[in-house]
Ligand binder design. Structure first.
Ligand code: ADP
Ligand code: MG
Length: 260
């Protein structure tokens, strides 16, 4: 995999939304903490892709974002880097207290519910795990802890244990997320600051509309409001409706396409 930068010259990016942002030319211009810039280097990313050039400043400036772009355009880092960068300075203030690993007892302490700051919804296990692996790279030295949840009976108990150990960045498939949300002693969304719907068209094709609405409503937000990012390869009516229901009217909308 990886990005084919020889094709980038033929990629065009259109800003269609009510708000326009100035793109960055380099990751160094993105206002990143030194530790995050280091993580970007460690990941081997030297040049931002077109969607990253616009998405990093848009999220940095606090806008909701709709990104319409084909697979392989670098969407994962486009949302992970600026969101984690925003949160790493606030982790102390906003994140839920972490259990002490030395005294952690599996499933015993009912207070150990997950209260993530970021929720990323993905249509299937493979994509969720891919995002989780990227999140692990960019969470390095940020104090933020990522977790991933997806369907299947054999995995549920272990996922719950992982959530109880502390979860700031939660990546999951909609079925399992709602399953855990139905028990507030496992998971609540009251601390969520950022919500990302990845592959929105695919999620809606799979009929997860009801679950998406439930997740996107969040909890009784403790403080502030949730910022929403919606990514999709195509932007059919169902996805436009979802965006209209949940995203701020003043959002940044990016469409990446090949010229010609
Ligand atoms: P998408 O979600 O748009 O399909 P991904 O986020 O999965 O794309 O990225 C595709 C591949 O490109 C991944 O292997 C990722 O690590 C790599 N990649 C992303 N951004 C960059 C970059 N700026 N430089 C080099 N590789 C990148
Ligand atoms: Mg993707």
């Amino acid at each position: 995999a990886g990005i084919d930068f020889s094709k980038i010259a033929s990629i065009e990016l259109y800003q269609e939304g009510p708000v326009r942002v100035d793109p960055i030319a380099s990751f160094k211009d993105a206002g990143l903490h030194p530790a995050m810039l280091r993580n970007v280097e460690l990941a081997g990313y030297s040049v931002p892709t077109p969607i990253q050039r616009y998405c990093l400043p848009a999220i940095h400036l606090g806008y909701d974002v709709i990104g319409i772009a084909q697979t392989g355009s670098g969407k994962t880092a486009a949302f992970l880097i600026p969101i984690l960068n925003k949160l790493m300075g606030k982790a102390k203030k906003w994140a839920a207290p972490r259990p002490n690993p030395a005294t952690f007892q599996e499933g015993i302490d009912r207070e150990l519910r997950a209260e993530p700051l970021v929720v990323i919804v993905s249509p299937n296990r493979e994509l969720a795990v891919q995002i989780f692996n990227e999140a692990r790279k960019f969470c390095y030295r940020t104090m933020l802890r990522p977790c991933v949840v997806y369907g299947g009976n054999s995995t549920k108990k272990e996922q719950r244990t992982q959530l109880q150990k502390g979860c700031d960045v939660l990546i999951g498939t909609p079925g399992r997320l709602v399953d855990f949300l139905d028990d507030p002693s496992i998971l609540t969304l009251r601390r969520v600051r950022y919500m990302v719907i990845d592959e929105a068209d695919e999620l809606l094709n799979q009929d997860w509309k009801e679950q998406l609405d439930k997740i996107m409503c969040g909890g009784e937000q403790e403080e502030g409001h949730i910022k929403y990012m919606l990514f999709s390869a195509t932007f059919p009516k169902q996805a436009r409706d979802l965006a209209k229901t949940h995203l701020a009217e003043t959002h940044v909308r990016l469409r990446v396409g090949r010229a010609g």
